[in-house]
Ligand binder design. Structure first.
Ligand code: SAH
Length: 251
């Protein structure tokens, strides 16, 4: 009788131990970042309260935050940066480039006003994170990267993570991607001193383009350019930002 009791106690203990390991497995292997993601969303929301958007009484697109709350940003940064992946700041991704700050990704994505039938161009694939955030919100994302190694690893990453509606390409995004367009939205994630005319050309009437404009690492502004039905371009400066420089193929 006592033997049976002891045995069943041991079985219970073993069961409890197995359950503990199974339920905590995500944390044990360091691949459960859902808490960090939830915290990141809270920080983005707090930042949004101070943006021109909110000051103009415009509501932020909740779908953008929902997508960011389930996009595994830690898989888009180098392993050494993984624990910092959900901090609200840019992080190095190699070759002197950075993955943009989560708040900026959220803001730029919102400003594009993505819709399910949209085709969007991104110039500056980098890690592929911005493309991954756009992908569930639009029909097609076309993204160009000038540094072959970054473009290639982003292509592989996006493929492994099943982002089937993202097309990647290596080249100088100054010329856009004519075969993929025309575009409902264009997002440029590197700063130049002017809006590239080929990009304006490939923007549809009623299309929206968002790009940092200014001198490298000095004074840059996030500029929203909208193309009217009459093909005229209207620009609006949104906020000061600091992006890596827009490069040209010849460099
Ligand atoms: N959107 C990226 C941010 C990358 S930083 C992300 O989510 O991670 C900007 C990227 O723009 C860099 O990788 C840089 O190499 C790239 N870039 C700069 N000039 C470019 C150009 N002319 N054409 C295409 N990519 C360019």
């Amino acid at each position: 009788m006592t033997m049976i009791l002891v045995r069943s106690r041991i079985t219970c203990l073993l069961y409890a131990l197995v359950m503990l390991v199974v339920s905590g497995a995500g944390d044990v292997f360091g691949d459960d970042y859902s808490r960090e993601r939830a915290r990141m969303i809270k920080v983005i929301e707090a930042h949004l309260r101070g943006t021109p958007l909110e000051r103009h009484g415009e509501a932020f697109d909740q779908r953008v935050l929902d997508v960011m709350a389930r996009t595994p940003r830690h898989l888009f940064v180098p392993e050494a940066e993984r624990d910092e992946a959900y901090a609200n700041r840019p992080l190095p991704i190699g070759y002197g480039q950075t993955i943009s700050q989560p708040f900026i990704v959220a803001f730029m994505t919102h400003m594009l006003r993505p819709a399910p039938d949209h085709v969007v161009l991104e110039v500056g694939t980098g890690s592929g994170y911005q493309a991954a955030v756009l992908a569930p919100l639009v029909r097609q994302v076309c993204t160009i990267e000038i540094i072959p190694e970054l473009g290639e690893s982003a292509r592989k990453r996006l493929e492994e993570l099943n982002y089937g509606n993202v097309r990647t390409r290596i080249g100088d995004g100054y010329y856009g991607w004519e075969d993929c367009g025309p575009f409902d939205g264009i997002v440029v994630t590197a700063a130049a001193d002017h809006l590239p005319p080929p990009l304006i050309e490939q923007l549809k009437p009623d299309g929206r383009m968002i790009m940092p404009v200014g001198r490298p690492f000095v004074m840059q502004h996030l500029v929203l350019a909208t193309k009217g039905d009459d093909e005229r371009l209207y620009t609006r400066s949104l906020m000061p930002v600091a992006f890596v420089p827009f490069r040209r193929q010849a460099e």
